[in-house]
Design a protein around this ligand. Sequence first.
Ligand SMILES: OC[C@H]1O[C@](O)(CO)[C@@H](O)[C@@H]1O
Length: 582
Amino acid sequence: MADHERIEVGKSANGSPHDVDKALVDNHMPVITFRAFIMCALVSMGGIMFGYDCGSIAGYLQMPDFQSRFANRTPSGGYEWPPALSGILVGGWPIGACIGALAAAKPADTYGRKWCISGWAGVHVVGTLIQITAMSSVGQMIAGRVICGIGVGALSVLVPMYMGESSPTLIRGALVSAYQLFVTLGILLSNLINFGTSNVSGSAQWRITAGIGFLWSGTLAFGMIFMKESPRYAYRKGRAEEARQTMAVLHGVPPNHVVIESQTHELGLALAEEERAGKASFFETFKLPRMRYRVFLGVFLHAGQQFTGANYFFYYGTTVFRATGISNSFVTQIILGAVNCIMTFPGLWMVEHLGRRVCLVGGALWMGMCFLVFSSLGAFRLNPDTATSVGGAMIAFACLFISGFASTWGPLVWGVSSELFPTPVRANCSSLVTAVNWTCNFLIGFFTPYITNAVGFSYGYVFAGCCIVEAVVVYSCLIESHDRTLEEIDAMYVHHVNPITSAKWTPPPHLAEEIHGPEGPPPPPEGGRRKSLSAVEVATGATPFRLYSMAPTRRESHTMAGRTRAPSGLPKSGLPGIPDSV
Ligand SMILES: OC[C@H]1O[C@](O)(CO)[C@@H](O)[C@@H]1O
């Protein structure tokens, strides 16, 4: 249809009766508008803040001015970090983040996404202020880290949620996946800035890096004031016209465009379906068919992501590589940060072409192998005479490890775990697994100094062992969800499909109809094949596009804690208080 051509369609794109006789237009829709670009650039600051905080501490611990203020003096006149101190300086941040992630959802539903994002970024500004003004009080420094963690943790839930709810359809999938990319970019930026300031004299060494942190959080806190509320949130609050106007502005089309009409209608359907499906309480979650198994898998994947050992390098890399005798460990940290950022791109391609199981099992085996070599070199070959060659080889294996992490377990775990959970329990399960991720992140941050003090580089064998266990568990327990609808994944777990052969599974005819209804499988969403769910769903249970499972098909009941009658021969919802038939 020609651009700007006005058409009378007689009724809405969805044929909804209330829109009959409304004039719709179907003119050209740009891929991205200036307004949408500014919105995305602004909220991506949330991802950068995550990575920046995570990556900067490694450098601080090695900076002489930071040590002279906060570390303990040794009898020889130097400085040392008692394990408890460095552990809490590093680990206080993920503990704060865990609290922030758990606290974020409720106020975001009450006050709206945009004001909460601005507010939590403001919390981060306060945390940074506390850190930067610390003269020699380590308690103040720790408090600042925890407060920054609270801000980042809350934003780790809200930023992907806002992106998913607001960004134009055509770029939504790419943008939401890009969140992990911004995290890796933040790590790299902090590594580069630490490198630049490490030779500056005085407290500017670390205060410059910390001060630049204001740029991300201050811009986000201030900039959000001028952003529009997420259309999905506005719609839920009964402000349908505002939602329509916002979508129109972000898509660069008039409010009566067919796409806006269709999306407004879908918001209505999604909301009605969510209300119909209801929410299961935390304990009811475990009574659903095979939910204990699936929750175990989700928790395992998130704990596993942390116990691959990636944060051993991101938090303590500078210390680790100084111990190998490498002259500038800040450079090594930059190399690791760059590998982490760049290798996230092939990961996005691999998961779509090789599938989840191959990526996760292959990634875990690869990382395990890298840690085996890394630790063996450090434990048995490293001595003052071999420091340059062995230290160099250790850096090479650390880079190979990070490549494996960044292209598999780093980004994939968030999407894969969310595909495990049916709609009514997704919010509960997602909070649980996010909290597990942050808690394990804390465990690595806190206990690493104790363990490395005791066993040195042999610590890497623990991570190697974890990676191998992870490969075995994923191989034996995780169903291949690539190119499957949520209904199929759900049914495959409920019907005990063998994970090892799951990629080739086709539903027997009677089940195919239960899954898809008599019309067969629904068409894929805009833009081709269905992709893994994003951090949006993980964090909130919200869905950036309308899920197949939210379509009001009759089969949903048997696996999705539905309120309708469970089809014969299939497990019932098992939820107390939710009747099997209505
Ligand atoms: O890119 C590395 C970063 O990614 C995460 O695993 C989150 O997915 C962080 O814990 C880590 O610091």
